[in-house]
Design a protein around this ligand. Structure first.
Ligand code: SF4
Ligand code: SF4
Length: 269
């Protein structure tokens, strides 16, 4: 009996759709040795400038002024014990209180120490500099999970994994049911407001199959985002992943993410 995976693959190759994924899958099926890409995020180098988010939006037809994004940068502030300001009023917090936000995905970078619309407390939360015990930025994107729950739940095979391990959405097959958006434990999927289908980061698949790096990697001035090939032993990114203390997000879900983090703080959600 034909497997679901083969059915999807054969259907795609039969030319049922003409989206990005269809052509690239065919190319990879007939190409030589397959790439196994790997993504590295160094949280110790990220300054929260948001240039990566801007570059991604421009590269990938993500509406620039809408609150949707394929990649984003989260800001974390961990407090000491003392007083912060909530809507202009003092409020006591315990040591180790965590504040995190990502307004517009950090498209415009972080320029103020104000957390706007922090729903748990108020609309303007200010942590005075002397109350900041620790602060850092965490870029996030699709983890191109080796065991992707988003692929498992798609009822029509529109979300699929390529032969080289990248999870894509075929826009011509997606029926917009949203199951994959609910299934992703990392919250990286959203409805594309123009195309009305599920949308997500592809690690700029259209670029990487041509030997280029993802747009966000190229845009980062500090090499907080790096991209490499896991099956090349001399690849510098692969070497870091192999030898350094790297971590992945939410390993407890068993998704086996391929985005690795250096300096990942225990408070990151
Ligand atoms: S991070 Fe989410 S969208 Fe990306 S492959 Fe994993 S489950 Fe799917
Ligand atoms: S471009 Fe680099 S430094 Fe700037 S926010 Fe993105 S990852 Fe961080």
């Amino acid at each position: 009996m034909i497997s679901r995976r083969d059915f999807i693959r054969l259907s795609l190759l039969a030319g049922a759709g003409a989206g990005l994924g269809v052509g690239t899958v065919r190319a990879q099926e007939t190409a030589g040795p397959r790439s196994r890409w790997v993504f590295l995020v160094d949280t110790m180098k990220c300054v929260g400038c948001g240039l990566c988010v801007k570059a991604c939006k421009l590269e990938n037809e993500v509406p620039y002024d809408l609150p949707v994004t394929r990649t984003w940068v989260e800001r974390y502030v961990i407090t000491g014990e003392g007083q912060i300001s909530v809507d202009g009023k003092g409020r006591s917090v315990e040591a180790g209180t965590v504040f995190a936000d990502t307004p517009m995905g950090a498209r415009d970078g972080y320029k103020q120490n104000v957390f706007h619309n922090y729903t748990e407390l108020g609309s303007n939360v200010v942590v005075p500099p002397d109350m900041i015990a620790k602060s850092f930025f965490v870029p996030k994107l699709c983890n191109q999970c080796d065991k992707p729950p988003c692929v498992q739940v798609c009822p029509v095979g529109a979300t699929f994994k390529t032969a080289d391990g990248v999870v894509l959405v075929d826009r011509t097959w997606c029926i917009g049911c949203g199951y994959c958006i609910m299934a992703c434990p990392y919250g990286v999927r959203f409805f594309h407001p123009v195309y009305r289908v599920a949308e997500k980061c592809t690690w700029c698949y259209h670029r990487i199959v041509k030997g280029m790096k993802p747009a966000c990697v190229m845009a980062c001035p500090f090499e907080a985002r790096r991209f490499g090939e896991a099956n090349k032993p001399d690849d510098p990114v692969a070497q870091v992943v192999e030898t350094d203390r790297v971590a992945v997000l939410k390993p407890e879900f068993g998704t086996r993410p391929l985005v690795y983090y250096l300096g990942l703080d225990e408070n990151v959600r």
